[in-house]
Design a protein around this ligand. Structure first.
Ligand SMILES: [Zn+2]
Ligand SMILES: [Zn+2]
Length: 644
C-alpha cells in the first residue's frame, strides 16, 4: 500500500500502481470526469500513469493552467497524427502547448501548407479524436529511441534525442503516432471535442537562423464546442482592439522602416498621453519619497561587465559603439540599474540615509529578432518606469508595502483586475543563488507577509526566483479576460555585491544594502498597448489626447468653431476643430470613431450666445451650454479623476 497526501493535508492509502484517475474516482465520479492532469510531489504526472510510491498529489482541471496544458499538448500530438496521415513523410520538430492552444513545427518538404489545408486537417483531427485512442506512455532507451525515430526518417527528433540523457527518455503513442515527449498528457483523445487550426508561421529549427525554416502550425482545441465559439468571438473582439490599429487611428505612435524596426515613434498626441502617465506616476512616487534621476542612454561597456549585463545581453544584443580616438567601447543601455548603482556610490551612505529611492523614466535598448517584434509590446527601444530602492534588510518589508501600494493604486485607476505571483528560490538548490540564507529567508518572508497584510492573494512558486533574489510579479486581466504581465518588484542581492555598495550601520561597520528593482507599468510602451486593448481606445477623460472636438454645421461657422476651441484650450480643456467641408452627420460619425469623448456642435444659435451644443460619446445629446460652463464641468470631472 502507498500513502497519498491530498492538498488539504488528508492522507489516504491506496494499492501500489493506482493512477491519479483512480484516486480521483475514489473521491467522486463527477470530480474524476473533470480532472485532466495531476502532479505527484510537484512532478507532472499523467492521470493514467501508475503510482508506486508515497507522495503528495494535486489535481488539475480545465480551469487550471496545468489542465489546459495537458489538454493542448495532447492536441498537438493529435495534430501531428493527422498531419502524418495526410502528408506521409512529413518531418516533425517540436509541438508544445502554448498560452492559447498549441503548435507543431513541421517540414513538409517541397509542398508548403496553406490556409486552404486547414479544413482538411481539422476534419482528420476530429475523425481521430472520435476514435478516442488511448495515449500511452513508455520509457525507452536512448539507443532504441534513435533507432525507432531513425527508421521513420525523423532526423529532427533524432537530433533532439542525441541531446537527452539515457534513462530519462519517454515516448507517448496514440493510434499510429508515436512522439518523443516528456508529457504529461490526458489519457485519451476523445475528450477533444472542438478543433480549430488557427494559422501558419515560419520558425527556424531550434530558433537558429542558420538552420532550416520549418512551418509552425498553430491550433486550439476545447472540451466543448461552445467554448470554441466563445473563443472565436473573443478573438474577433481582440482584433478590433488591436493596439496597433487603434494607435494608428488615434495618431498615437508609428513605426518607420527608415528609423528602424521595433523603434516606436511617439506622435504628438501619443507623446502628450505618455507625459500624462509619467506625471501621474511621478506625483505618486514623490509622495512615497522617490527622487527623480536622469542617466544617459549609453554606458561604458565595462559598466555592464561589472553589472553582469554584458554576459547576459552582450552576445545577443546591439553591438558596442567605439569612440574614434580613445578606442573605448560603449553600449546602448539594456538596463538602468548599473547607472543608479553609480549614483548611489557618489556619496558615502549611512543607515540614516536609507532607504534611498531613485526613479527614472529610463529608455533602454534590447535587440529582439525581427520576427519577435510586435507593435508596442515587443520593441527594441522602450522606456521603463524604473526605480531602484536601496535599503537595509530590515526595511525590505516596509519598502515592499510601499511599492505594492503604488502598483495596486495604478491598476485600480485603470480598472484592471490583477493577480500576483511570488517567485521563491528552490530550497533544494541553494547553490544556484547569490546572497546569504539569512537574507533570502528574510526577503521571502517579507514578501509573503507584505502580501498578507495587503490582503493580496499571491500564488507562491518555488524555484522561479532569479538567481539574484525573489520577486513579486503582477498580472492584469483586461476587459476581454486576457492576462498581461505588467508590474514587477524584484529583490536583488547581486548588484550591491558587484558594485560594492555600502552603508555604515549603527554599529559603525560597513554593510551591504539590499536593492529593489520595480516598475509598476513595466514599460510605458507595453502599458499603453495593454491600456488601448483593455479600453478599446476609449481612454479616461484625464488621459485621452483630445477631450473634445468642435464641429461647425457649415463652413459659415468655422471661425466661431475655432474661437470655441481657443477659449477651451485657454481653460485647460483639450479641444480641436473639424472644419472639413463635410456634412455634419459625417463629421459626427468620423469623430466618434476617433473615440473623442465630447462632440461640440456649433451653428447660428450657438454662435449668437457663446454656447455649444454638447454630445457625449455613448450618451448622446447633453443640451446647449455656455463655453465656460462646459469647461468648468470638464475640469471638475478631470480633477476628480486625477486626485491621485
Ligand atoms: Zn509531446
Ligand atoms: Zn533594475
Amino acid at each position: 500500500m502507498i500513502n497519498i497526501k491530498f492538498p488539504d493535508g488528508n492522507v489516504r492509502q491506496y494499492e501500489d500502481g493506482v493512477t491519479p484517475l483512480d484516486i480521483a474516482k475514489s473521491i467522486s465520479e463527477g470530480f474524476a470526469r473533470n480532472v485532466l492532469a495531476a502532479s505527484l510531489n510537484d512532478e507532472e504526472w499523467d492521470i493514467s500513469r501508475p503510482i508506486c510510491m508515497d507522495g503528495d498529489i494535486k489535481f488539475f482541471k480545465w480551469e487550471d493552467a496545468e489542465g489546459k496544458h495537458a489538454f493542448w499538448h495532447t492536441s498537438a500530438h493529435l495534430l501531428a497524427e493527422a498531419l502524418q496521415e495526410l502528408y506521409p513523410g512529413v518531418q516533425f520538430g517540436i509541438g508544445p502547448a502554448v498560452e492559447n492552444g498549441f503548435y507543431y513545427d513541421i517540414d513538409t518538404g517541397g509542398n508548403p501548407l496553406t490556409d486552404a489545408d486547414f479544413a482538411k486537417i481539422e476534419k482528420k483531427m476530429t475523425e481521430l479524436a472520435q476514435k478516442n485512442e488511448d495515449v500511452v506512455r513508455a520509457d525507452i532507451s536512448k539507443a532504441d529511441a534513435l533507432k525507432f525515430f531513425g527508421d521513420k526518417g525523423q532526423t529532427l527528433k533524432c537530433e533532439l534525442i542525441n541531446d537527452l540523457e539515457d534513462g530519462h527518455i519517454t515516448t507517448y503513442t496514440q493510434g499510429n503516432f508515436t512522439d518523443l515527449c516528456r508529457g504529461p498528457h490526458i489519457p485519451s483523445t476523445g475528450a477533444i471535442k472542438a478543433i480549430k487550426v488557427m494559422s501558419l508561421a515560419g520558425a527556424y529549427w531550434r530558433g537558429d537562423e542558420t538552420r532550416p525554416q520549418l512551418t509552425r502550425v498553430y491550433g486550439i482545441t476545447f472540451p466543448k464546442k461552445k467554448m470554441l465559439d466563445e473563443y472565436l468571438v473573443l478573438l474577433e473582439e481582440a482584433k478590433k482592439r488591436d493596439h496597433r490599429k487603434i494607435g494608428k487611428e488615434m495618431e498615437l505612435f508609428a513605426f518607420s522602416p527608415n528609423v528602424g524596426q521595433g523603434l516606436p515613434l511617439w506622435l504628438p498626441k501619443g507623446a502628450a498621453l505618455r507625459n500624462r502617465l509619467q506625471d501621474m506616476l511621478a506625483k505618486i512616487q514623490k509622495r512615497y519619497g522617490y527622487q527623480q534621476v536622469i542617466t544617459p542612454h549609453i554606458g561604458n561597456k565595462l559598466l555592464y561587465v561589472t553589472s553582469g549585463h554584458y554576459a547576459k545581453y552582450g552576445k545577443d544584443s546591439f553591438r558596442p559603439i567605439t569612440t574614434p580616438e580613445e578606442g573605448e567601447e560603449y553600449m546602448l543601455k539594456p538596463m538602468n540599474c548599473p547607472h543608479h548603482c553609480e549614483i548611489y556610490k557618489t556619496s558615502p551612505r549611512s543607515y540614516r540615509d536609507l532607504p534611498i529611492r531613485y526613479a527614472e523614466f529610463g529608455t533602454v535598448y534590447r535587440y529582439e529578432q525581427s520576427g519577435e517584434l510586435h507593435g508596442l509590446t515587443r520593441v527594441r527601444s522602450f522606456t521603463q518606469d524604473d526605480a531602484h530602492l536601496f535599503c537595509t534588510p530590515d526595511q525590505l518589508k516596509q519598502e515592499f508595502l510601499g511599492v505594492m501600494d503604488i502598483i495596486s493604486f495604478i491598476f485600480r485607476v485603470f480598472g484592471f483586475q490583477y493577480e500576483a505571483q511570488i517567485s521563491l528560490r528552490d530550497p533544494n538548490n541553494k547553490e544556484k543563488y547569490v546572497g546569504t540564507d539569512e537574507n533570502w529567508e528574510k526577503a521571502e518572508r517579507a514578501i509573503v507577509e507584505a502580501c498578507e497584510e495587503k490582503g493580496l492573494v499571491a500564488k507562491q512558486v518555488t524555484g522561479e526566483a532569479a538567481f539574484y533574489g525573489p520577486k513579486l510579479d503582477f498580472m492584469v486581466k483586461d476587459a476581454l479576460g486576457r492576462r498581461w504581465q505588467l508590474g514587477t518588484i524584484q529583490v536583488d542581492y547581486n548588484l550591491p555585491e558587484r558594485f560594492q555598495l555600502e552603508y555604515t550601520g549603527a554599529d559603525n561597520q560597513k554593510h551591504r544594502p539590499v536593492m529593489i528593482h520595480r516598475a509598476p507599468f513595466g514599460s510605458l510602451e507595453r502599458f499603453v498597448a495593454v491600456l488601448l486593448e483593455h479600453t478599446a481606445g476609449k481612454l479616461p477623460l484625464w488621459l485621452v489626447p483630445d477631450q473634445c472636438v468642435v464641429l461647425p454645421i457649415s463652413e459659415k461657422f468655422n471661425d466661431y468653431a475655432h474661437h470655441v476651441a481657443d477659449e477651451l484650450n485657454k481653460l485647460d480643456v483639450r479641444a480641436i476643430v473639424d472644419d472639413r467641408n463635410e456634412k455634419i452627420g459625417r463629421k459626427i460619425r468620423d469623430n466618434e470613431l476617433k473615440r473623442i469623448p465630447y462632440l461640440l456642435i456649433v451653428g447660428e444659435k450657438e454662435a449668437s450666445c457663446e454656447e455649444i451644443s454638447v454630445r457625449k460619446q455613448g450618451e448622446g445629446d447633453q443640451g446647449s451650454k455656455k463655453i465656460t460652463t462646459f469647461a468648468a464641468e470638464i475640469n471638475r470631472e478631470v480633477a476628480e479623476m486625477t486626485n491621485f
